[in-house]
Design a protein around this ligand. Structure first.
Ligand code: DLL
Length: 432
């Protein structure tokens, strides 16, 4: 059983990795300078040209990119190649209705799928495995990414997408799925459903590849125990490709970053200063071989720590800890990115004011999501039927914006506590 998808790369010496990075970075800067006027302008504003970037030691000279840049350049402003060379988009919901749209050439898709193949082989995946992909398919990157990786490894791939638990369990038992890919909350829900139905003896799962949202070591142990599997973390973001930017190995002590494609830095989120290895800060990625969507120094807003210790799995790629939080106000609820501003937009569109509170909790390993909304005096009603009707309308409008179901509770005008400083919009009771 081979445990690496590309052993010569995954176990290369650190000098070799740095030398690949130097070479690819210099080429990538030229590619971006020549093809992405938006980024070229940013470089010119900083007074630098491609000649200033000779190796990764010069990376800090480059300007950062943020989600605001993506919004400003939407949809085509950061494209690094002709649209006719692009074969795919993926997307996440973005703030105030504007989505993040990432583009891929065929080569970009190949590399992304290779990264996912590495993640599957790192959990012991081979062509004898049956890989059940229960991440969402479609615009979300989870399903398509792991699906492609599973094909590359040669697993029998079950492209289930998320939801429809009865069908998930039927295929899992009938076809003997051995690897499960989904969000940790969905894995926990599936585990619970398996026990409720007395199916524990009929499943053959041995590994899970769970990511797209924060989950704790406790949750890992719960899932491992209840399904009798080893549960591994996987990380990624749409802007940088999707799942597989980094992945966990048998050591289960952090995720190896695919450094032959992405250079990682940790910065101080307030000053932008690059911090030394081992410091906690915001993760920044530079894509060094993407053609269609070549983001440089993209600020992920995820807070974590990078360390390069010798790993028992033999991989030499640097490791990142699980994200420990965010440097912006984005929430991840049931694997879906949610910004308070999106909720505000919906409320204003529906004639409410921006007096609301989001309450998130995790009950039985599943996220609960409630939005309390103040009625305005003219919308105020003591007719219970009318209120239920208005709540239902808001549930639908929020679902259309966010893609997930919230519980909505309308409350009397002025009943949400006013704050003297920043409004307390979010009450996150999850202990992760
Ligand atoms: O969540 C890609 C993905 C799909 C990763 C399937 C893993 C598995 P986005 O929807 O763009 O992409 O959300 C990206 O999700 O910036 C993190 O804040 C968070 N995130 C992703 N993976 C993890 C993880 C996908 N393993 C945002 N642990 C990122 C904690 C994660 N947070």
């Amino acid at each position: 059983m081979g445990k690496y998808y590309q052993p010569e790369i995954e176990t290369a010496s650190v000098e070799q990795i740095k030398s690949w990075q130097n070479e690819k970075l210099v080429k990538q800067i030229k590619h971006v300078w020549d093809n992405v006027p938006y980024y070229r302008n940013k470089m010119e504003e900083k007074g630098i040209t491609p000649d200033d970037i000779k190796s990764i030691d010069d990376l800090h000279k480059l300007p950062f990119l943020t989600k605001d840049d993506l919004r400003e350049a939407y949809p085509y402003g950061l494209l690094g190649t002709d649209l006719k060379n692009c074969v795919r988009i993926q997307s996440t919901s973005g703030t105030t209705g504007k989505r993040v749209v990432a583009f891929y050439t065929q080569e970009d898709v190949e590399i992304w799928e290779e990264c996912c193949a590495r993640a599957i082989m790192a959990v012991g995946g081979t062509n004898e495995d049956v890989c059940q992909v229960a991440y969402g398919y479609g615009l979300f990157t989870g399903g398509p990414g792991l699906n492609g990786g599973s094909h590359k490894v040669g697993c029998l791939t079950l492209p289930m997408s998320s939801g429809n638990t009865e069908r998930q369990l039927q295929f899992m038992t009938d076809l003997g799925a051995t690897i499960l890919c989904c969000t940790p909350s969905y894995a926990a829900y599936l585990a619970e459903s398996i026990h409720e139905r007395g199916l524990r003896d009929q499943i053959k799962l041995r590994a899970g590849i769970f990511g797209a949202e924060a989950w704790s070591e406790n949750m890992r142990r719960d899932i491992e125990k209840s399904l009798g599997i080893k549960a591994y973390d996987i990380y990624g973001l749409t802007e940088i490709s999707g799942p597989g930017v980094s992945f966990e190995c048998e050591a289960q002590t952090g995720m190896h970053i695919n450094e032959d494609h992405f250079i990682a830095e940790i910065i101080d989120p307030d000053t932008g200063e690059v911090l030394p290895e081992g410091s906690k800060g915001e993760l920044v990625f530079t894509c060094i071989d993407k053609e269609a969507f070549p983001l440089l120094r993209y600020r992920t807003r995820d807070i974590c720590v990078l360390t390069r210790n010798k790993c028992s799995c033999g991989r030499t790629f640097i490791k990142m800890t699980k994200p420990m939080g965010r440097s912006d106000d984005m929430l991840i609820i049931r694997g879906v990115n949610v910004f308070p501003s999106q909720i505000e937009t919906v409320l204003l569109q529906q004639g409410y004011q921006a007096n609301y509170q989001i309450v998130v909790d995790r009950v039985n390993n599943t996220d609960t999501f409630e939005v309390l909304v103040e009625m305005t005096p003219d919308l105020f009603s003591d007719n219970l039927g009318k209120i239920t009707e208005m709540e239902k309308e808001l549930v639908l409008a929020l679902k259309a914006m966010l893609g997930i179901q919230a519980k909505v509770k309308l409350v009397a005008p002025k009943s949400i506590a006013r704050s003297e400083g920043k409004a307390v919009r979010v009450i996150d009771k999850r202990k992760i």
